[in-house]
Structure formats: structure tokens, C-alpha cells
Design a protein around this ligand. Structure first.
Ligand SMILES: Cc1cc2nc3c(=O)[nH]c(=O)nc-3n(C[C@H](O)[C@H](O)[C@H](O)COP(=O)(O)OP(=O)(O)OC[C@H]3O[C@@H](n4cnc5c(N)ncnc54)[C@H](O)[C@@H]3O)c2cc1C
Length: 540
């Protein structure tokens, strides 16, 4: 029943490259409005920090023979060592990544950027890299916020950035099974546009949606703003094709099976350390007839969180469900630039704002809306109507642009996330907050929202804003370490959806234990015997 589809999407669907020192499409950057600027000045002062004008890359260390070999495999146009391209493929988009780029620190630049056009070429590059002992860093959308694109060179002969932007097709749609097979380099909007031509959608909307890629979603086990309703990305994946240095792996021949452990889970979240994902088959669904987003007011964070738990535990999860704590609610109401989650609303003063979004057929949305309303009203929530929901939907991808504006005026802004069971939520919230405040001191804003919910627990997403001082990176790194320590002391996960990368590696063993780490090392040794795949990422 699979219907093969024609070749690549038209070039106008391709996003422009993100500037190395900033997030997103420069044409979409809203800028810091006058009133927001005044508020920022009041809270933190304005200390303009322009990015370094002159930046020098370390020279490419690629041996001439290696360049020739790569050109023979991929063609000369697909092999780039010029500074402009190498700079664009240096690190990801965490605040430390942006700060380093702004300071002109490009020590982690790859030696060469290659752009294979299909699975076989990826396979050939991996065989070459294994033979020549050259590190390979798969690059999807480049939106990693955990140092996932920073290869540790060690004694390897060089670092190749494997740009998956050449693998950008919708390979097949199976309308009967409701699945689609996508290439990894498709970015969020491109994938949705291709599926929409068939009346279908994936429904995966992380805040990085504009730039993050299908392969990246799979490699990091991403979660989106609609994951309450549609599921995390790993829950949407039904099949994978992976190129590894020792050969190809194809997984997912049935909707479910009992044929031993589910090996798809070995590659989901493997962050390029076990192989390169070259095809992803996902569950798709019809485009919704109706989308309704509305706001609810709660007297406090705990009452709102309890209502979320009630919804999750009675199988009444809406498509979107998020709850800002008192500080985040207050900031978003006060600041038209909307630090953090992008919510502004005519909510009663104080308390907490919840966003509830429902998507689907008219009948399904109406029925669930009524059932959700009954639960929320019974638990003390006050409906605020669709105004706050529409404002949230409009600003949902704006936060990262605002981060750049704040960095420009010397305000350090960064986010971190974790997850735990409902019974441990209050402790985790309290401890992470306290750790950040203790490390960063007075004048620091710590905002939080519950970003994803499950019957058994939820994730907490923190946004921190504080004066950057003379060396914002030196201010942030100890605060991040303190928050990470608080997370593992509370028995929570070091990451709910940002993945491990290099930044969370020191805390991974606290979650999976030493034997768990040994298992990961054994898999890596078998699949990547020369240790060339994204060395230093994921595995302690
Ligand atoms: C502003 C901002 C907001 C964000 N919001 C969210 C959010 O809401 N939810 C969320 O889950 N995450 C979020 N993230 C984190 C990030 O967007 C996700 O981790 C995303 O899944 C990464 O996708 P990418 O294509 O950009 O991957 P990249 O950054 O290119 O790569 C991420 C890691 O995966 C590896 N990789 C990439 N492609 C492949 C492949 N095909 N095969 C094997 N390995 C591969 C890379 O080597 C790297 O280690 C956010 C990031 C930013 C900057």
C-alpha cells in the first residue's frame, strides 16, 4: 500500500542558514520592543555586548589526501573546507555555544563539512572515516543545546561535520497504515509541508521546530509542545534505517513485536554515537479540523500541577498542556517581549497561567474540551478563554529570538530541563530553583513551567535570566553544574528532552548506573570499533 513519492522538495522550502552567533531566520527576529527594553533596563541594566567583529578559525587540519578521497566519494561540491561553512557547522545553539561564537572562540570548528546525498554515500563516508581514523559529527539542524556537536578530537586525524542537509526527501507515505518515511535532513517545517500535501501531519513542535531536523529529533529523543496529545518523537517512530561503520541496520517491520529487545530504542537517543540515522518512518495522522488553545488561571503552581496530574491520570490529556509557575506567569504578563514561554494574557494578577490546547475533529475536540473543563473547574481553575491561548500560539517560537536580544544587552539567559515522578515534583522544583539562585545571587530571575506531562510524572523547564557581568560563561557554567547536582540528588533525570551531548555526560551514570554505562560502551565498541562516531558525546 506504500505510495512512492517524487523527489526532493522545492528549494524555497529550505530555511536560510542561521547566523553563527544568533538563533533562527534573521527576517523573523522580532527585536526587543521599546517597552520590553525599558523593563530589561529596570531589572538588569543595559550593558551592550557586541559580538566580536573579526573571527579567525583554526586552520583546517584535513590532510590533502583525505580531501581528495572525500571528493572522490562525494564529488567536489559536497566537500567544503572554507571558513564560512566551517563556522556555520561549529557547535550548536545553547547559550554557551552562542557566547563562545560571540567571543570569536571557534576552537571546535570541524576541519571539513561534507554533504552526502543518500544513505549509500553516508555509509561510504563512515567506512572511510573508520579506515582513516577521522571523527564524524552528524549535523542535522544544528540546534543542539547540550554540546552534541562538539567532537573530542583526541588522537584522531581530523573532524568531519556530516551535514545531513542533502538527505531531505519524503520517501514514502502509507496512507493505510498512517506512516511516512522521511529522510533525516528535513527540518520541521519542511517535513510538515511535505506531509500536508497528503492531508497528513507529524505534529512534532519543539520550540526549535523552525530549524531542528527529523534525524535530530530521533537522535535526541525530542519532545514537542504537542507531545501530550501526539506523543514524544520516540513514540512516533515506527522504523529506522541507520548507517554504522560496520554496516546498515534496518528496524521496524511491524507495529509491535516480541522479537527480543526493541533495538529501535538503542538508536533513538544515540546522538550520533552509534550510527547515522538515514531514514525515519513515523506515525502520521490527518491534519486537524480544529485547533483550540485556551488559558486557565490557577491560584498557585501546586494546585495547577495537581490538575495536570488529574488530567493525565484520567486519560484526558489535551494536545498541548503547560503550566507556568508564579514567576514565569508574572514575567510574561509584565513583559511584552515574553521571557520564556511566550505567554501573555489578561489573567487575574498573581497565580499561574496554564495553556490547554486541543486539536482534532470538531466532535472529538468538543467532547474532550467539555471533559477537560469539568476536571479543571472542579479542581479550582478559572477559565480565561482563547485570548491567552492565541497569544501563546503566536509567540510559541519567539523565545529563542528574545534570548539573542537579551544577550546583546548583557543579560545572561539560558534554560534547562528535567523530569521526575509526580510524588517528587515539589522537591525537584524547590531544589533546582534554590541551587540556581544560590549560585547566581541577587537579581537573578528563575522561571519555571511544567512542559510535558505523563500519568506518572512531568518535566520541569527552567528559564534563568541574570546580569551577565564581565564573563557570562564563567557565571553560567557553575550554575548549570549546581542545578545538575540538585537534579541528580533529587533522583530526577538529568534531561527530559534536550539529550546528553557533552554537557550532561558527567551526570548520566547517576541515572543509568555503572552497568548501564558499560552496556552503552559495549554497544559503541561493537558498532564503532575505531571510535570515530561523535567521540565524547553521550557516553561517559
Ligand atoms: C531555542 C531552542 C529550543 C529548543 N526546544 C526544544 C524543545 O522544545 N524540545 C526538544 O526536544 N528539544 C529542543 N531543543 C533542543 C534541540 O532542538 C533538539 O535536541 C533537536 O532534536 C535537535 O535536532 P537537530 O536536527 O538540530 O540536531 P543537531 O543539533 O544537528 O544534532 C543533535 C545531536 O544528534 C546528532 N544527530 C543529528 N542528526 C543525526 C542523524 N541523522 N543520525 C545520528 N545522529 C544525528 C548530532 O550529532 C548531535 O549529537 C531546543 C533547542 C534550541 C536551540
Amino acid at each position: 500500500m506504500e505510495r512512492p513519492l517524487p523527489a526532493a522538495p522545492s528549494p524555497e522550502r529550505h530555511q536560510p542558514e542561521m547566523p553563527p552567533t544568533r538563533w533562527g531566520d534573521p527576517d523573523h527576529a522580532p527585536g526587543l520592543g521599546e517597552s520590553a527594553r525599558a523593563l530589561v533596563e529596570l531589572a538588569f541594566g543595559l550593558h551592550p555586548r557586541p559580538a566580536a567583529a573579526e573571527v579567525e578559525l583554526p586552520p583546517s587540519r584535513l590532510a590533502p589526501a583525505h580531501r581528495e578521497q572525500l571528493e572522490a566519494l562525494l564529488g567536489p561540491d559536497a566537500v567544503r573546507t572554507d571558513d564560512a561553512v566551517r563556522r556555520l557547522r561549529t557547535r550548536g545553539k545553547s547559550t554557551p555555544d552562542l557566547l563562545r561564537q560571540r567571543e570569536g572562540d571557534l576552537d571546535d570548528a570541524p576541519d571539513v563539512v561534507v554533504r552526502p546525498g543518500d544513505h549509500d554515500q553516508v555509509q561510504q563516508v563512515l567506512a572511510w572515516a573508520t579506515r582513516e581514523r577521522v571523527a564524524v559529527v552528524p549535523f542535522g539542524g544544528g540546534t543542539s543545546v547540550t554540546g552534541g556537536l562538539v567532537a573530542h578530537r583526541g588522537d584522531l586525524a581530523g573532524v568531519v561535520s556530516l551535514d545531513l542537509g542533502g538527505l531531505r526527501r519524503l520517501i514514502a507515505v502509507d496512507p493505510v497504515a498512517s506512516t511516512a518515511t522521511l529522510e533525516p535532513g528535513l527540518r520541521g517545517p519542511e517535513a510538515e509541508a511535505l506531509l500536508a500535501e497528503h492531508g497528513l501531519m507529524l505534529g512534532h513542535y519543539p520550540q526549535s521546530f523552525e530549524y531542528a531536523s527529523i534525524g535530530g529529533f530521533a537522535a535526541t529523543r525530542s519532545s514537542g509542545q504537542s507531545s501530550a496529545g501526539y506523543g514524544r518523537f520516540d513514540a512516533l517512530v515506527v522504523g529506522l534505517r541507520v548507517a554504522t561503520p560496520v554496516g546498515e541496520v534496518r528496524l521496524g517491520t511491524a507495529p509491535a513485536d516480541a522479537a527480543g529487545p526493541d533495538l529501535r530504542q538503542l538508536f533513538l537517543g544515540s546522538e550520533g554515537a552509534f550510527g547515522v540515522i538515514t531514514e525515519v518512518t513515523v506515525r502520521v495522522r490527518p491534519l486537524p479540523q480544529v485547533r483550540v488553545y485556551e488559558g486557565w488561571h490557577w491560584p498557585d503552581f501546586t494546585t495547577g500541577a495537581e490538575a495536570m496530574r488529574a488530567l493525565a491520570q484520567s486519560d484526558l490529556l489535551p494536545t498541548v498542556l503547560r503550566l507556568s509557575d508564579e514567576s514565569e506567569t508574572a514575567i510574561n504578563l509584565a513583559d511584552p517581549g515574553r521571557v520564556g514561554a511566550g505567554q501573555e494574557a489578561a489573567a487575574p494578577s498573581g497565580g499561574c497561567l496554564m495553556i490547554v490546547g486541543l486539536e482534532g475533529t470538531e466532535a472529538a475536540v468538543a467532547a474532550k474540551r467539555a471533559a477537560v473543563r469539568d476536571v479543571l473547574e472542579a479542581m479550582g481553575g478559572t477559565p480565561l478563554g482563547e485570548g491567552p491561548g492565541a497569544a501563546w500560539a503566536e509567540g510559541r517560537f519567539a523565545g529563542p529570538y528574545l534570548r539573542d536580544d537579551l544577550l546583546d544587552v548583557g543579560v545572561l539567559v539560558e534554560t534547562l530541563e528535567t523530569a521526575t515522578f509526580w510524588s517528587n515534583r515539589e522537591r525537584l522544583y524547590r531544589d533546582v530553583r534554590a541551587a540556581l539562585e544560590a549560585e547566581l545571587g541577587e537579581g537573578t530571575l528563575v522561571l519555571c513551567h511544567i512542559s510535558h506531562v505523563y500519568p506518572t510524572g512531568c518535566s520541569l523547564y527552567f528559564t534563568v535570566a541574570t546580569p551577565g557581568g564581565g564573563d557570562p560563561l564563567a557565571r553560567w557554567l557553575p550554575a548549570k553544574a549546581a542545578a545538575s547536582e540538585a537534579i541528580v540528588r533529587a533522583g530526577a533525570s538529568i534531561t527530559h528532552h534536550h539529550a546528553v551531548g557533552t554537557d550532561h555526560r558527567p551526570w548520566l551514570a547517576a541515572g543509568i548506573g555503572e552497568v548501564g554505562v558499560e552496556v552503552l560502551r559495549a554497544v559503541k565498541a561493537r558498532l564503532d570499533p575505531a571510535g570515530v562516531l561523535n567521540p565524547g558525546v553521550l557516553i561517559p
